[in-house]
Design a binder for this molecule. Structure first.
Ligand SMILES: [Zn+2]
Length: 209
């Protein structure tokens, strides 16, 4: 059972979880981690935070830990929280540049900003795997994103029809994010929706080399 996005630091040694880290974290104990600039943290001073992430990535590279960096994330846009849309957009574009530089997939946080995100991904010619995390959208939106080749990741709350579409497209992931439920519970819920045993659920291998 693979948890592609969690903030639970207790999972720091778990090889089947991508733990979301900050620029000042110690990356060495992690079998897998992601590093990004959460849109909630974007403020008027975001550029200094961005430079810290750039420095962290150089440090990760110099320590030979790049293979443990599973993804750049979470990054994205949130119309309900965080800094101005202009700042979030500028930061998001720069973070996509880092994903490109290190050839890493991205884990996307997207709240009410699908059109904006699609436009930016297009303008930036971003061609690495993109995962919309915590996806709770309706089947129409799931279909739209899957048709464009994107991946969808689901937590404990999801639309049954959407998860089926993503699984059929072989572009479904599961995650715990900041919820208190375990990944086993999310697999259980997904198994019910997909009418298969949780242990038979398979996910794509984009995060592991
Ligand atoms: Zn998260």
């Amino acid at each position: 059972m693979f948890d592609i996005h969690t903030h639970n630091k207790l999972l720091i040694h778990n090889p089947n979880a991508i733990v979301n880290c900050n620029a000042d974290d110690d990356f060495s104990p992690h079998p897998l981690f992601s590093l990004g600039f959460h849109p909630w943290d974007v403020d008027a001073m975001w550029e200094s935070g961005f430079e810290k992430i750039e420095q962290s990535l150089l440090h990760i590279e110099s320590k030979g830990l790049l293979s443990k960096l599973a993804a750049i994330g979470e990054i994205g846009l949130d119309k309900n929280r965080g800094g101005s849309m202009q700042a979030q957009t500028d930061c998001f574009r720069r973070m996509l540049g880092l994903a490109d530089r290190y050839a890493k997939p991205v884990i996307l946080h997207c709240v009410k900003a699908v059109d904006e995100i699609l436009l930016i991904l297009n303008e930036e010619n971003f061609s690495l795997p993109v995962v919309f995390h915590g996806f709770r959208g309706k089947p129409e939106q799931a279909r739209q994103l899957l048709n464009k080749g994107f991946y969808l990741s689901f937590g404990p709350k999801f639309n049954d029809e959407s998860i089926k579409l993503a699984y059929e497209a072989k572009r479904m992931f599961l995650e715990t994010d900041d919820s208190r439920v375990g990944i086993e519970d999310v697999y259980e819920l997904a198994g019910k929706a997909l009418s298969i045993s949780p242990t038979d659920i398979s996910v794509p291998g984009i995060f592991t080399s």
